[in-house]
Design a binder for this molecule. Structure first.
Ligand SMILES: NC(=O)c1ccc[n+]([C@@H]2O[C@H](COP(=O)([O-])OP(=O)(O)OC[C@H]3O[C@@H](n4cnc5c(N)ncnc54)[C@H](OP(=O)(O)O)[C@@H]3O)[C@@H](O)[C@H]2O)c1
Length: 402
């Protein structure tokens, strides 16, 4: 959406009424549109507009640095949110996928520090989880560590995802927070054993299955007077999705488009899903069930230090070492997710660090593309799980949107 700066009149006695405006499109840069017709007014007003443009540009630059990098850069953002601003979460129940290391651990640590009553961690590696639990026990105490419940689950195994969701629903009468954070990073294209691109299967579809099966419990929690928040971990690299992405067929998403585009396409899906969910759920009878997408910044984690070397054995060293000093740490990377999981009042937003709503790419704002993505998601999950769920009492409407 174009930003509008209104230049103030520099000298009210010299200048008559007409207002001077500058429209700035963040995609195309500061395109200035003047509505002044008097020459002397134009000179003064263009100076004022220029100052406005400069200050807007400086603010955008500050935001960009704060959104992506750590340390001193984090203070440059036009909005501020700190992990300490997380509210008290006593009595609440949450789920964090990939919550035992990296950014997800930063999120889990913060939710526990702020007294969440029960926190499910969904991930793959037991040793990593046990290491995470030991850190929580050492730093936050045994009581907080005892609130963590680990569920082993590969998000590409949709049968297991459903099983885990059913267990969570059986054991709880509320669910306040769902953080869809697990992810396959910038890596080579790979197909699952059942023939779906692994980036889409893990990063997007596994989380859709999880969210959809947990949704009845989240809706019930909201109906009892609470705000329920779902946060999808996306990335500014969603802009790397292929420009001709249509989400038209399984063949299309199974095309090997290279590690960056493969990853970017799955991250584009995370934003589109949030916007779709906002239209179909939040604004369709469930105003207190919110879903937003986040970009954590460039964060020092296993993904950005190690996994990157798989597709780029040489070039990956730039990511691993070159920008390491200015990457965010896992707690800085957790900030927008904690904001979306505990504070935000909107739905369908794309939130960058610390809590700045951004538009994202034009594709990420395309409702028709979102509809096609979710239709394809529905069709692929139906097709691939027919014997295990659909034909055994899991109607498709339940899998994507209840
Ligand atoms: N690091 C960055 O700069 C950056 C930037 C933008 C977005 N992101 C996104 O942030 C999220 C977290 O990544 P990270 O950087 O924190 O990486 P990380 O430290 O490697 O953590 C990834 C987490 O995802 C879990 N995971 C991976 N594959 C999984 C699967 N198939 N099923 C279930 N869980 C799985 C891992 O589980 P285990 O602990 O069991 O291994 C791990 O806990 C990802 O979605 C990533 O794409 C990261």
């Amino acid at each position: 959406m174009a930003q509008r700066l209104v230049a103030r009149r520099a000298n009210a006695t010299l200048l008559p009424a007409p207002r001077c405006t500058a429209k700035i499109n963040p995609f195309t840069g500061p395109a200035v549109v003047f509505a002044c017709h008097q020459p002397q007014a134009r000179a003064i007003k263009s100076t004022a507009v220029s100052k406005g443009v400069v200050s807007y540009t400086m603010q955008k630059l500050g935001d960009t640095l704060a959104e992506n990098f750590g340390g001193a850069f984090t203070k440059l953002g036009s909005r501020q949110f700190k992990l300490d601003d997380c509210p008290d979460l006593t009595g609440k129940v949450g789920v964090v996928t990939g919550g035992s290391q990296g950014i997800g651990f930063g999120v889990a640590y913060t939710l526990l520090k702020h007294n969440i009553s029960k926190l499910y961690i969904i991930s793959v590696n037991k040793e990593v989880f046990e290491g995470a639990k030991a850190v929580i026990s050492d730093e936050l105490g045994q009581d907080k560590a005892a609130r963590m419940v680990w569920m082993k689950c590969d998000l590409s195994d949709w049968r297991r995802v459903k099983e885990v969701a059913e267990m969570i629903k059986r054991d709880n009468n509320r669910l306040d927070i769902l953080v869809n954070n697990s992810g396959r990073g910038i890596m080579s294209a790979e197909l699952t054993s059942y023939g779906v691109d692994r980036h889409m299967a893990v990063n997007h579809m596994g989380h859709v299955v999880l969210t959809s099966h947990l949704l009845p419990l989240m809706q019930k929690t909201a109906e009892e007077g609470n705000i329920v928040r779902i946060s999808n971990q996306s990335s500014n690299l969603h802009t790397g999705a292929p420009k001709d992405t249509k989400f038209a067929s399984l063949d299309e998403i199974n095309q090997d488009v290279g590690p960056n585009a493969q990853y970017g396409r799955s991250k584009l899906a995370g934003i589109l899903y949030s916007r779709y969910f906002n239209r179909k759920v939040t604004q369709n009878g469930h105003p207190n069930v919110l879903m937003n997408a986040t970009h954590p910044g460039f964060v020092s984690t296993k993904q950005s230090r190690d996994d990157i070397l798989e597709p780029y054995p040489l070039g990956g060293y730039v990511m691993k070492y070159g920008i390491e000093p200015i990457k965010k740490d896992q707690f800085e990377g957790a900030v927008p997710t904690v904001f979306c999981a505990t504070k935000i009042k909107d739905s369908g937003q794309y939130i960058c660090p610390p809590c700045i709503p951004e538009e994202g790419s034009q594709m990420s704002q395309d409702d028709e593309l979102a509809d096609r993505l979710m239709e394809l998601t529905r069709n692929i999950i139906t097709e691939k799980t027919r014997m295990d769920s659909v034909e055994r009492g899991c109607p498709m409407d339940d899998v994507v949107v209840h």
